[in-house]
Design a protein around this ligand. Structure first.
Ligand SMILES: Nc1ncnc2c1ncn2[C@@H]1O[C@H](COP(=O)(O)OP(=O)(O)OP(=O)(O)O)[C@@H](O)[C@H]1O
Ligand SMILES: [Mg+2]
Length: 71
């Protein structure tokens, strides 16, 4: 389900996980970079679906313990 935010512009999608990338006046741009790093450390994945003007959904996939399959 999409959130009730403003959505993310197509051109910004490739940058949102980069440290210090922000479009918010008071943003640090670290939220998603840190989130991405933590999920990577757990051998997981994060996927984003966003419709500009409508909203955004982030999906997080984490492997089960002792499950070595590649996600
Ligand atoms: N739920 C969302 N809806 C719309 N845009 C988002 C959403 N989450 C992130 N973004 C976009 O990705 C950018 C980077 O997000 P990130 O969380 O890394 O930093 P931030 O929210 O700008 O700052 P901070 O981490 O300090 O809260 C945001 O500036 C915004 O453009
Ligand atoms: Mg944030």
């Amino acid at each position: 389900m999409l959130d009730i935010g403003c959505g993310i512009k197509e051109e910004d999608l490739k940058s949102i996980f980069n440290p210090f990338f922000t479009t918010r006046p008071e943003g640090t741009g670290l939220g998603l970079a840190v989130t991405h790093k933590i999920i990577q450390e757990h051998n997981g994945k994060i996927k984003v679906e966003s419709v500009w003007g409508s909203g955004t959904a982030f999906r997080i996939y984490l492997p089960l313990e002792n499950d070595n399959r590649q996600m």
